[in-house]
Design a protein around this ligand. Sequence first.
Ligand SMILES: *[C@@H]1O[C@H](CO)[C@@H](O)[C@H](O)[C@H]1NC(C)=O
Length: 150
Amino acid sequence: MNLGASGVVLIFICQSISGQAVVKNEGDQVSFCPKTIFEPIISLKWMHKDTSGKTKVIEWDSRNPEYFSIPNPRYKEISSLDVEIGELTLKNVSVDHSGEYIFELNGQYWDTFSLTVISKVGKSITVWIFLAIILVLIAGCAFCWIRKIC
Ligand SMILES: *[C@@H]1O[C@H](CO)[C@@H](O)[C@H](O)[C@H]1NC(C)=O
C-alpha cells in the first residue's frame, strides 16, 4: 500500500513523463524523471545525444556515493541527480542542451527523454516580425482610408 502511495506522489513530483518531448525557453530549469526503478541502484548515467554526437552528462556509482562525474563543462554548473529515483535536473538550459537524454541504470538502457530549448533571440525576432506585419497592415488601411480607395 505504501508503495502505491509513493508512486502517486512521484507522478506529481516528476515534471516530465518518459517519451514526452519537452520544450523549454533559454534559462529555464528542466527535470527528467525516469520510469520507476524497482531494482537496487548500483550506478546511474545520463547521456546527451544530438547532431554533434553523444556526451556524458552525469554519472554516479553507489560505491563512491559522494562523487558525481560531470566531465563536460556544458553540464558542470547546471546538472544535478537525484540518486533515489534517477531524476536529472538541468538549470539554466541553453539551445545547445537540446537533444535526447538517455538514462542508463546499472549499465543498461532504461529511459529516453527529448528536450528542445527555444532561444530568447529567436523568440524576440518572431515577435518583431509579427509587430512589423501588423504595422504594415495598419499603415495600409490608414492609407486606403485617407485616399478613400477601399
Ligand atoms: C545561464 O547561462 C548563460 C550561458 O548560457 C550564462 O551567461 C548565465 O550567466 C547563466 N545564468 C545563471 C543564473 O547561471
